[in-house]
Design a binder for this molecule. Structure first.
Ligand code: HEC
Length: 158
């Protein structure tokens, strides 16, 4: 029991550290960041969220609750950073961000929080052994919050 607890802790810390490192680690080294533009960082954060959704699906499929909780916790941690990463309005040519983000920033923040809440629920269910075994359903419970934001605030591929 003790060693199981330990594994949890280490896994969660590693996940959180990784998330924070990737979302903020490159600030300053990014040329655009000199102007307060965090396009690269916010895009890297989104891609990392996507990667962890994939990991989550694989973990659920394999019945691995520890890995599922770690992936969900990582998504939750990145979700908490999303408002800061988008705070400064910047829409470089390669960006899909819509200007509406900055007209309705409170709503944008609420949608980021909804993603965090959904991810935290999955993590809690994984830890208590109450996570369903259908990867699509579990991933979809967070995925609905991705779509809710993308539909309003992400434009077509450029
Ligand atoms: C609060 C709003 C919001 C939420 C929630 C959100 N996204 Fe995003 N996402 C965006 C915006 C805005 C962009 C475009 C950013 C840009 O190009 O400047 C984006 C871009 C992306 C990209 C990069 C696409 C590309 O053009 O390369 C991926 C991948 C992505 N999101 C995945 C996800 C996944 C998976 C989730 C849910 C687990 C999610 N996002 C939740 C707002 C959100």
């Amino acid at each position: 029991m003790n060693s199981v607890r330990k594994t949890w802790k280490v896994g969660l810390l590693a996940g959180a550290a990784l998330a924070v490192g990737i979302t903020f680690g490159t600030v300053g080294s990014d040329v655009a960041s000199a102007d307060g533009h965090l396009y690269k960082e916010r895009n890297a954060a989104m891609k990392m969220i996507g990667g962890n959704m994939k990991k989550l699906g694989e973990a659920v499929g394999a019945g691995d609750n520890v890995a599922a909780a770690t992936a969900a916790e990582t998504i939750a941690t990145i979700s908490d950073n999303v408002p800061a990463l988008f705070e400064t309005k910047s829409i470089p040519a390669e960006s899909r961000a819509k200007p509406e983000i900055w007209d309705n920033f409170d709503d944008f923040k609420a949608k980021a929080a909804a993603m965090g809440d959904a991810a935290r629920k999955v993590a809690a269910d994984a830890k208590s052994g109450n996570l369903g075994s259908d990867p699509k359903a579990v991933v979809g419970s967070i995925g609905a919050t991705c779509g809710a934001c993308h539909k309003v605030y992400r434009g077509p591929k450029v």
